[in-house]
Design a protein. Structure first.
Length: 275
């Protein structure tokens, strides 16, 4: 809309210049006034500029004479409004803190093994950018993830810490006192450290995870699918599911993934409103 307002300013200046060639200033008869207002409305519809149409509908006879006498005053006001709208868009960027609860589980296990979902957590920051009813929601998180598998008396628990980046495209549906959010986007995770624990009856073995060939893949890619709400004060709550595309282990013999549910709580550090 910022660009449209600048175009609007230019169109109004051009309209005044052209019209002044046929109408003596400052005089303006009724027919000239009607033609001028009608011309603005036609141009507003043609260029899809609701601001221009609003100006035309509120254009009194005296305002039309003042505009035709000095169109620069009006174009300057429109350019100032365009700049203010641009500033509002910049200041409408929301940033905030994230606290998330994670529920992780293994998929594609062997037929003898059963998945044992486990809780984890994530902490970080987010930034939200507005594009009409669309939002770009970026998240940078430290994620502590854990999942397990069981076979008879044998259990295996894997705990991994990741630096994780979410890049969500979110559509907002306005409700009475909140916005309903639906979104999707890629997830990129970089493993930094982890441990695995084996338990067989009374025997327990715990060791650091190994990365690379024969061990875990350090870099993971997934898709985040979310739905939730944004409240009037800017607080965000959403539930998401992330199936990972990347295999967990760097081995052709294993197709295991560690997928994730996430309960996201976002606490804004600013309210995203223009000053």
């Amino acid at each position: 809309m910022n660009l449209k307002l600048l175009l609007l300013a230019g169109l109004m200046a051009i309209s005044a210049t052209v019209f002044s060639q046929y109408t003596p200033l400052p005089g303006l008869d009724k027919e000239g006034y009607d033609n001028f207002v009608a011309g603005l409305k036609v141009e507003a519809d043609k260029q899809d500029l609701p601001e221009l149409k609003e100006i035309a509908e509120n254009m009194t006879y005296d305002k039309a004479r003042r505009f035709l006498a000095n169109p620069q005053v009006f174009t300057d006001k429109l350019r100032k409004k365009a700049k203010e709208d641009g500033d509002q868009k910049i200041e409408a960027v929301r940033i905030g803190l994230i606290v998330s609860i994670l529920l992780n589980h293994f998929t594609n296990l062997g037929s003898s093994w059963n998945s044992s979902p486990r809780l984890g957590f994530a902490l970080g920051m987010y930034a939200m950018f507005t594009f009409g009813n669309l939002y770009f929601l970026g998240e940078l998180l430290f994620a502590y993830r854990s999942a397990g598998e069981k076979y008879s008396a044998i259990s295996h628990i894997l705990t991994i810490s990741y630096i994780t980046l979410f890049a969500n495209l979110v559509y907002a549906i306005q409700m009475q006192n909140m916005k309903w959010l639906i979104g999707i986007g890629p997830v990129f995770a970089l493993g930094i450290f982890g441990k695995e624990k084996y338990k067989d009856g009374s025997m327990t073995d715990e060791q650091d995870v190994e990365w690379g060939s024969g061990g875990l893949r350090r870099f993971q890619v997934g898709i985040n699918i979310l739905t939730g709400f944004m409240f009037a004060r800017g607080m965000l709550v959403y539930l998401s599911y992330t199936p990972f595309i990347s295999k967990l282990f760097d081995s052709a013999a294993s197709d295991i993934r560690m997928n994730m549910f996430k309960l996201f709580l976002g606490f804004p550090l600013n309210n995203g409103r223009a000053k």
